[in-house]
Write a protein that binds this ligand. Structure first.
Ligand code: LIP
Length: 275
């Protein structure tokens, strides 16, 4: 069956707006959280409520579509990506920020059909920042077309990354090593607490690159398309092809910058993969 992408985008757009209102309403119980894999990997009732809202809404409109969702996966859901239309959802990316009222969290929704990402939405309901893209139709910020900076030189670049959601010693060693390397090379370095919004900042031209080891498919599915539709590149941090299930990502404003950063980075291969 053919997929009505126009309708998919409209349904997702409305659901993301509704989810944004839910996040605003849940501001009162924001600080109540549970732990997932460890003491800095958090989940709130809002994460669960938003995921349910979006999944139920999509299921109603498209009963045969499949899902890969952050909270569903935490409860033992299956992550196998097939050819079927599959929605990849992070209900609240930047949960730590949300819990602390640091106004930099978002809902991230991507749709893959035949394993190709067709649409992506990233919405920060607190600052009302909405990033969207449809494959072949460009990337938009609050309805206005956006473009990456095009920056090629690492020394002139503002780069983002994250500490991640684990204190695993081996992982932290690599994170710190890379932070130190970047500090010596880049113009500026930022850690803002949301993998999806980091990608959105590259698409917007506000950051020149973002890399992270340990991300999940739902953190970067929408961001990958939005960056590419804004004229940027998304690759594996080793310099090879991006693999959405590998838990590794490097987005940049130009292929030259992407390869330069890849060469600098100490590599880390998180286990297990998402699939
Ligand atoms: C997290 C991001 C965090 C990043 C992690 C993870 P969550 O998402 O916001 O900045 O380092 O890789 O993806 O758990 O808040 O949805």
């Amino acid at each position: 069956a053919t997929v009505d992408l126009e309708k998919c985008f409209e349904v997702a757009s409305n659901l993301v707006s509704e989810a944004g209102r839910l996040i605003a309403r849940n501001n009162d119980n924001r600080t109540e959280f549970e732990l997932k894999s460890n003491d800095i990997d958090l989940v709130t009732q809002t994460d669960k409520d938003v995921e349910k809202l979006i999944m139920n809404g999509i299921q109603k409109a498209f009963p045969d579509h499949k899902f890969i969702g952050e909270e569903e996966s935490a409860e033992g859901g299956v992550n196998k990506l097939t050819e079927a239309p599959t929605w990849i959802i992070d209900p609240v990316d930047g949960t730590m920020n949300f819990v602390h009222a640091f106004p930099h969290s978002c809902i991230s929704v991507g749709l893959k059909v035949n394993k190709v990402t067709e649409l992506g939405l990233i919405y920060n309901p607190i600052l009302e920042q909405r990033f969207t893209a449809r494959r072949g139709h460009g990337a938009f910020y609050n309805g206005k077309r956006i473009q990456v900076s095009g920056q090629k030189e690492i020394g002139k670049s503002l780069v983002t990354s994250e500490f991640g959601t684990t204190r695993d010693e081996e992982k932290m060693k690599v994170v710190n090593e890379n932070f130190a390397k970047m500090a010596k090379k880049v113009h500026g370095f930022r850690v803002l607490g949301s993998a999806a919004l980091n990608m959105a900042m590259v698409a917007l031209g506000a950051a020149d690159a973002n890399y992270e080891f340990g991300i999940h498919a739902w953190d970067v599915c929408a961001g990958d398309l939005i960056v590419r539709e804004a004229g940027g590149v998304v690759i594996d941090p080793s310099g090879g092809e991006f693999d959405i299930m590998s838990r590794r990502v490097l987005a940049a404003a130009s292929p030259e910058l992407a390869q330069d950063i890849a060469k600098e980075l100490t590599q880390f291969y998180p286990l297990p993969r998402d699939d």
